[in-house]
Write a protein that binds this ligand. Sequence first.
Ligand SMILES: NC(=O)c1ccc[n+]([C@@H]2O[C@H](COP(=O)([O-])OP(=O)(O)OC[C@H]3O[C@@H](n4cnc5c(N)ncnc54)[C@H](OP(=O)(O)O)[C@@H]3O)[C@@H](O)[C@H]2O)c1
Length: 328
Amino acid sequence: MKAKNCLIFGGSGQIGKNLIRKLTKNNYRVTVVTRNIHQKSYIIKTQANAGYIDIVEANIYEEKKIRELFKKSDICINLIGILFEQKKGNTFNNIHTVFPGLLAKLCKEYNLKHFIHLSALGINDAIDSDYAKSKLEGEKQISKNFPLATILRPSLVFSQDDQLTTTFLTLLNRLPFFPLYYNGRTKFAPIHCSDLTDTIHHIISNNIYSKIIECIGPEIISFKELLQRLLQLINKRRILVPFPLPIAELSAKFFEMFPKPIITRDQLRLLKYDNISSGKYKTNSDIGMPSKRYFNDEVKKYCYMWREGGQFSTEKYNSNIDKEKKIS
Ligand SMILES: NC(=O)c1ccc[n+]([C@@H]2O[C@H](COP(=O)([O-])OP(=O)(O)OC[C@H]3O[C@@H](n4cnc5c(N)ncnc54)[C@H](OP(=O)(O)O)[C@@H]3O)[C@@H](O)[C@H]2O)c1
């Protein structure tokens, strides 16, 4: 099979790294665009065998440089996304709306076979969230400029590289209590990163052209249950405290003062809405890629560092201790 050339934006993130490994193993050649080659290239380069990967430094405003990359690409995958806005043009509008619109235009101009764009689940409902509005507007721009595009809307994506379970595990480990927003009732259908990238690989290798695909995991879990499961996995007990909305907003406003806020007021608004399949669009199961990795089974593989004893709390070490006891 002739290796197809994939152009990946945002490839240094959680989904990007996993996707690079999957695509290059399956004979695709990837070109990964990053804003900072000095900081990110060692992370990106080690995800693939030499000869299968190129790394290019560019930001979303360098259209001329990006155009050159489109000339030798068959597939474009956009994984760029932010959870909070920052200075210097890093706004939801620029990143989630204008840039995907530009990529879609270039896909049309250079006759690409596929454009896969990562959007997010639940954005139709979350009308008061700037994040959701910008993602939705981005989808519209894409559909207008390149109707062949496939838009993926994942629920929470988790893996050892995520910023979700790993951050929660750290906070649960350190804090004596943890806030429950909206009484912890918001529902999610977390999908393991590898199941999501399997879906992306399936779409491009089988030439599937479905406008919007909701990507969901095998279980529906509430926010409270998610925290309880994490606590159980690290064998800790913490008080989960329901936060009244005004207090939640006040604390989010406080966190916004930090360069990497744990939660923002916009995320708080987003958290009001369930993050599960809407029933209006196809899901990964409908295209033959049901998610098979369960939350507890997967998190168990990497959560041991947050348990008492760290690396020595794994089953591997526990069974050795048992053996030693028997010997002595
Ligand atoms: N993770 C989830 O739970 C989840 C759920 C729903 C939807 N999604 C969507 O899926 C996509 C990928 O998610 P992810 O978890 O892999 O994200 P991630 O780990 O945060 O990575 C995002 C990538 O975007 C690039 N990026 C960030 N800010 C940028 C900016 N201002 N300009 C240009 N590039 C920028 C970064 O690349 P460089 O630093 O190398 O430039 C980074 O590697 C995003 O669009 C996200 O919204 C994720």
